[in-house]
Design a protein around this ligand. Structure first.
Ligand SMILES: C[S@@+](CC[C@H](N)C(=O)[O-])C[C@H]1O[C@@H](n2cnc3c(N)ncnc32)[C@H](O)[C@@H]1O
Length: 458
């Protein structure tokens, strides 16, 4: 888990110690806060400047990468440059502990975590070592980011590492705080699976509107199916795939498809709480339910409305904060896909590895408990409540449900059955489902916690 062991090369004294220290101490945010385009930037530099802003937003300000994109890439005209900025930042976040080990092995004293030189070196190195950018282009396009600053330091460290010819390890390391936390919760095997999960691009999972067409779509799209109504592809440009325009399927990780599957087919009313962008709303509606989809975010509901329009899904859509909104009457089933730390989706969103601190998890757990208690009051006697989070933290899963059951004697676990799950995945002996990375094979899965609860008949 430590930083320096993997890259014990011989470089280390290439720069005088005092200069390295002096040049490394300016924070990256000084210039990255300005959004004004730099008119003198040569081609290729604006994308790297935007990548620097993105990393600053995630690592120093704690913002989600996706949320920072608009502001960081404002003023960049070309879509491929905006995409490059995003790709560089995401790849740095995926490989950050290994990049830092390399950098630390080539500086006489460790640069501060937030030193601009460290940020810029990460951007240069990841391009060469992971994205296939030629070294001369990688360094030429980052040096303008440290104009008037630690240019010589960056150039010197980059040159030394290039000459040494180091590579990144095949399997990335997790950041120490995450590795320590997950190790304590889940043990060695989980850490290994999580590191392997970052190493390879995740597959593309599709949920079909009509599970009866599974074999046809698997063949037509060249994919494999791990459950009825599911097709897995290695990767693809989604809008160009057959069936997208016609709304025959939507993108949804297989783990994310399980909460609605565990509610099953039905003809009553199902309340989909925290519904946007609508993956589970579409599943429930296509399984026969009259769905009421509620979410607090109007922006995310815009995406939900587009998704249900494309897939010809009938659902009542309500903008509402579940902490304050209430339905007019009780319903047969409630699905609460609660807001969470989202650490289970670290393969696709490596920024969660850096933004999710214990205080964030504790705060989320308080909200989840409140949402769960409200949701529980809206289920008819004998009805079903499914609680789900895409989190790998016990506080947002097991601990929540144990506390809920202790406070709600009218609820009991309705145990998940192995035949409801992809091959090789087994429910926990307490009846809930804890999905850790790598359990669905081939190709892996997002991390999830799902509990199905039944409310007692009167
Ligand atoms: C995990 S995402 C939901 C994903 C969605 N169920 C799906 O399958 O596509 C969590 C959602 O909770 C919403 N949310 C967070 N707090 C909320 C609240 N108090 N009331 C309603 N929605 C909330 C967020 O806007 C976000 O869309």
């Amino acid at each position: 888990m430590g930083r320096s062991a993997a890259h014990g090369g011989s470089f280390g004294a290439g720069l005088p110690r005092s200069r390295a220290q002096a040049e490394s101490s300016r924070p990256v945010a000084e210039s990255s806060q300005s959004n004004a385009p730099k008119p003198a930037d040569p081609p290729g530099v604006p994308a790297r400047r935007a990548a620097l802003k993105l990393l600053d937003a995630v690592l120093r300000q704690g913002l989600p990468l996706e949320a920072a994109l608009g502001r960081a890439t404002a003023g960049i005209e070309r879509a491929d440059d905006r995409a490059l900025a995003h790709a560089i930042a995401a790849e740095v976040l995926r490989r950050l502990p290994d990049l830092d080990s390399l950098i630390d092995s080539a500086t006489p004293r460790a640069l501060p975590e937030d030193a601009k030189a460290r940020f810029v070196l990460r951007i240069a190195l990841v391009q060469v070592l992971s994205l296939g950018t030629p070294a001369h282009a990688a360094i030429a396009t980052v040096l303008p980011l440290v104009d008037g600053g630690p240019k010589k330091l960056v150039h010197g460290v980059f040159g030394a590492l290039s000459r040494r010819g180091d590579t990144l390890p095949e399997i990335p390391a997790l950041p120490d705080p995450v590795a320590i936390r997950w190790h304590a919760a889940w043990g060695d095997d989980m850490i290994e699976a999580a590191e392997h999960a970052i190493a390879a691009p995740p597959p593309l999972d599709l949920t079909l509107a009509d599970p009866a067409t599974t074999a046809d779509w698997a063949e037509r799209l060249g994919g494999t199916s791990l459950l009825p109504g599911h097709v897995r592809l290695e990767s693809a440009h989604v809008p160009e795939l057959p069936g997208f325009e016609a709304g025959a399927w939507w993108v949804q990780d297989i783990a994310a498809s399980l909460p609605a599957r565990l509610i099953g087919n039905g003809t009553g009313t199902a309340l989909d709480l925290c519904a946007a962008p609508g993956g589970k709303t579409m599943q429930l509606a296509h399984a026969g339910w009259s769905v009421i989809a509620v979410d607090a975010s109007e922006a995310r509901l815009t995406r939900l409305r587009a998704n249900i329009a494309r897939t010809d899904t009938k659902a009542r859509v309500i903008t509402g904060d579940v902490l304050h909104w209430s339905p007019q009457e009780s319903v047969d089933a409630v699905l609460l896909d609660a807001p969470c730390s989202a650490t289970g989706i670290f393969r696709r969103h490596p920024d969660v590895l850096y933004r999710t601190r214990p205080s964030v998890i504790a705060q989320m757990a308080v909200t989840q408990a409140r949402l769960l208690t409200r949701a529980a009051g809206w289920v008819k006697p004998g009805g079903t409540l499914v609680y789900a989070t895409c989190s790998l933290e016990r506080e947002e899963g097991e601990t929540r449900i144990e506390a809920f059951l202790a406070d709600h004697p009218d609820y009991a676990i309705d145990p998940v059955r192995p035949e409801e799950l992809p091959a090789g995945v087994t429910p926990h002996e307490n009846g809930w489902l804890r999905l850790l990375p790598g359990q669905v094979q081939p190709g892996g899965n997002d991390g999830f916690f799902i509990a199905r609860l039944r409310r007692a008949d009167r």
